[in-house]
Design a binder for this molecule. Structure first.
Ligand code: NAP
Length: 319
């Protein structure tokens, strides 16, 4: 894809961060006749972050505790939104609690499968709830990965500014170093940024970013001239980045799916039709329906968007 790096202001409407997160009310401090306030998302989210950062609570009476055979369980009185958020995040939180590494991808797409207009405008495909979800995934992960196309077109920050939580390390897959050195991720100082590039460009990247920030991976004919992503994932893990979030764009997420390097994919479908826009997921062609990729799937409402949580590791559903 040709480099096109005009960066219009794409910050969009200002959406406040979630309010500071309060602790659940303790039963012992409430008056016997007062109904206890039900826990909401604002109370649940810091517990989720805590699991991601420190693992599960050992105390079986904790609101979010590990139960053998069940995994993490949400206990106590919680409202509907909190239950929905927990159900959506549970597969990821369970793996955090187990200490297992994982890779998740996302694409926000229209009803006709586009992730941006034909000229690359993707602000915004999804509504505010979908955007908050993307920032939550960033906060739960060690690193957020984008391809060179997204870094050039969107000049993103890739921070968690819509939610409480740490910024992940930013990773740009940019084999030929076509992303300008002036890109925000290399200059705003909000979080470290690594670049994954072809070995022939590594010396230039080291000069620009320093050796600690450069991962060199050669393209391979065996992978259709693409970088083997298993090598990219292994190199990032060697940098201590174990939970990875592939945020886009379409080519990058599709490569992760095609190469079998994604555990889950969140497809967030917005009720709009873009028309002949940038394609989202592009996988190998199926000649017969029985060959189609048919992952185990769950759906969640995110405002007016519908999130498809696809488990790419579960046994294929019957066709
Ligand atoms: N709606 C959403 O959720 C969402 C999210 C992010 C981005 N976007 C939009 O998506 C569009 C950009 O997407 P895109 O699909 O064109 O590009 P992209 O996925 O952002 O970047 C693709 C490029 O990254 C490099 N790359 C990625 N994986 C690689 C691999 N395994 N091996 C070698 N190189 C690899 C290649 O760079 P080279 O070409 O330099 O070799 C490739 O052409 C933008 O319009 C952006 O706004 C939408």
């Amino acid at each position: 894809m040709a480099a096109r790096c005009a960066w219009p202001s794409r910050l969009g409407p200002s959406i406040p961060r979630e309010s500071p997160l309060s602790a659940l009310p303790a039963a012992s401090t409430a008056h016997a006749t007062e109904p206890l306030a039900r826990g909401g998302v604002a109370s649940l989210w810091p517990l989720c972050l805590s699991v991601a950062q420190r693992g599960a609570a050992i105390d079986a009476r904790a609101p979010l505790a590990w139960q053998p055979g069940v995994g993490l369980a949400l206990q106590g009185d919680w409202d509907t939104e909190a239950h929905a958020l927990f159900a959506l995040l549970k597969p990821l939180l369970d793996r955090c609690a187990e200490g297992t590494d994982w890779v998740i991808g996302q694409l926000g797409q229209s009803l006709d499968g586009c992730i941006a207009t034909h000229n690359g405008d993707s602000c915004f495909v999804n509504g505010p709830e979908g955007l908050v979800h993307v920032h939550r995934l960033r906060a739960l992960c060690d690193a957020v990965i984008v391809g060179a196309g997204t870094a050039c077109l969107d000049n993103p920050q890739l921070t968690t500014r819509r939610v409480a939580g740490p910024h992940p390390t930013r990773v740009v897959i940019d084999p030929g170093l076509r992303v300008p050195a002036a890109a925000r991720v290399f200059n705003d100082g909000q979080a470290p940024t690594l670049v994954v590039c072809d070995p022939e460009h590594a010396a230039r990247a080291v000069k620009r970013l320093g050796a600690q920030r450069v991962v060199a991976v050669a393209r391979s004919a065996a992978f259709g001239g693409q970088m083997p992503l298993v090598e990219v994932v292994a190199a990032l893990r060697a940098h201590g980045l174990r939970r990875l979030f592939v945020e886009g764009g379409g080519l990058t997420v599709s490569q992760f799916v095609h190469q079998g390097c994604l555990d889950r994919l969140h497809l967030i479908v917005a009720p709009l039709v873009i028309g002949a826009g940038q394609p989202g997921l592009q996988v190998r062609r199926s000649d017969a329906m029985r060959e189609a990729l048919r992952p185990a799937a769950r759906t969640f409402a995110l405002g007016s968007d519908l999130l498809w949580d696809l488990d790419l590791r579960a046994p294929a559903a019957a066709g």
